[in-house]
Ligand binder design. Structure first.
Ligand code: THU
Length: 132
């Protein structure tokens, strides 16, 4: 299993699965994400909206929070999918992902409804990343 690689397509399937759990009664925009750890664990996340709107959490941050709270802090890639066009992580999620990876290595797989995808290094999505 050591050399077994989780494919991009497989990770997208997990993101699709997560999207089914989305709680998005306000925007009706369901998002799913799946993040892959360095040791090939997958954590799925969905967006969870709130009546205050501001307390909403995106799918990507749900996935990261699940992983980090289970003790995983090293990641290889994340897949994100919504409805319709290619779904890109918001600015806050890009910054949160940057906290836990090398931005020039970590991959962001942005899928559309058909499961087609575009792949980017996180650095492309958040150049001049803020780090302390
Ligand atoms: N959303 C995500 O879950 N991830 C993104 O990358 C973009 C936005 C959610 C937040 C909110 O529940 C809904 O999509 C509309 O903004």
């Amino acid at each position: 299993m050591e050399n077994y690689e989780i494919s991009d397509e497989e990770l997208i399937k997990h993101a699709m699965n997560a999207r089914e759990k989305a709680y998005s009664p306000y925007s009706k925009f369901s998002v799913g994400a799946a993040i892959l750890t360095e040791d090939n664990q997958i954590f799925e996340g969905c967006n969870i909206e709130n009546a205050t709107f501001g307390a909403t959490i995106c799918a990507e941050r749900t996935a990261v929070s699940k992983a980090v709270s289970e003790g995983y802090r090293s990641f290889k890639k994340i897949a994100v999918i919504a409805k319709g066009d290619y779904c890109y992580p918001c600015g806050i999620c890009r910054q949160v992902l940057a906290e836990f990876c090398d931005v020039d290595k970590f991959e962001v797989i942005c899928a559309n409804e058909k499961g087609e995808y575009r792949k980017h290094k996180l650095l492309e999505l958040i150049p001049y990343t803020f780090k302390l």
